[in-house]
Write a protein that binds this ligand. Structure first.
Ligand code: HEC
Ligand code: HEC
Ligand code: HEC
Ligand code: HEC
Length: 157
């Protein structure tokens, strides 16, 4: 029993990967990101991702089978595909302690490192998209990442 306990403790502390600091991070919603990333917000707002929840009829808005892919983190209070669906839950990395232009002006790499440790996904890829753009979607018509990415990318930097 004691050995097992020690093993479990080791498993917990010893072998957990580096992203453990992001454990318990929660979703803040697009309003949080908007405060600093206003240009990207405006581009995003024009994509259908921002209105994905509006596609659902009233009953469907309560149907777990639909809200899974039409909200952020299964939460109808976060309707649509917010930033954090692709970039990770932001409660930790979006704090002004980490995402701070002045503080890290001389060392943006450190800022990036801290943000990633706090859960930021800098470069979402094909796998991120395919959580929703897949055969389980009633409206699936195939998904070509490169092509579809061009349609939603944050052009205005
Ligand atoms: C307090 C202001 C602030 C908030 C709030 C904020 N950011 Fe940032 N973010 C920054 C700054 C400053 C940078 C550094 C790069 C730059 O100057 O654009 C940055 C960088 C990033 C990067 C790029 C990292 C890189 O190195 O290329 C991503 C992605 C990002 N933020 C996503 C988000 C998301 C998603 C949210 C909301 C959950 C968010 N940010 C909230 C200020 C903020
Ligand atoms: C596995 C994820 C997933 C699930 C589950 C899902 N959807 Fe979607 N839905 C999508 C994606 C992705 C699109 C966008 C398709 C595209 O543009 O490639 C979409 C598009 C739509 C559209 C827009 C019409 C169209 O042709 O693009 C409607 C309406 C819709 N979904 C309704 C629903 C309803 C109702 C449910 C529940 C029965 C549901 N969806 C469940 C992912 C999903
Ligand atoms: C559907 C997924 C998705 C959503 C939603 C999304 N992004 Fe991104 N974001 C990406 C991808 C993909 C990249 C490009 C990464 C690369 O080029 O390596 C990116 C890049 C970025 C960057 C760094 C590069 C740049 O263009 O400046 C920032 C900052 C950023 N996103 C912020 C945001 C904010 C803020 C929101 C919400 C308003 C948001 N993103 C919504 C997928 C997404
Ligand atoms: C959480 C689920 C989800 C994820 C993850 C997701 N999408 Fe979507 N996407 C949707 C839904 C739902 C729609 C349909 C919205 C509508 O028709 O109103 C959609 C629509 C789109 C559209 C049509 C946008 C427009 O304005 O016409 C493109 C292009 C797209 N997604 C690309 C991507 C790419 C690229 C990624 C990954 C970087 C991605 N999506 C990640 C759910 C998702």
């Amino acid at each position: 029993m004691r050995k097992l306990t020690i093993f479990l403790i080791l498993l917990f502390f010893g072998f957990t990967p580096a992203y453990v600091k992001a454990d318990g991070a929660t979703y803040k919603g697009v309003k949080k990101c908007k405060t600093c990333h206003i240009k990207i917000y405006k581009t995003w707002k024009k994509t259908k991702h921002s209105k994905a929840f509006d596609q659902l009829k009233d009953a469907e808005k309560k149907d777990p089978k639909c809200i899974e892919c039409h909200t952020t983190n299964n939460d109808p209070n976060l309707p649509g595909i917010h930033c954090e669906v692709c970039h990770g839950p932001g409660s930790k990395f979006s704090s002004a302690k980490i995402m701070n232009k002045k503080k890290y002006k001389a060392n943006p790499e450190l800022q990036r490192k801290l943000a990633v440790e706090a859960g930021l996904i800098i470069a979402p890829d094909e796998h991120t998209c395919k959580k929703c753009h897949n055969e389980r979607s009633p409206h699936y018509k195939g998904f070509d990442f490169k092509k579809r990415y061009e349609e939603i990318k944050h052009k205005n930097k």
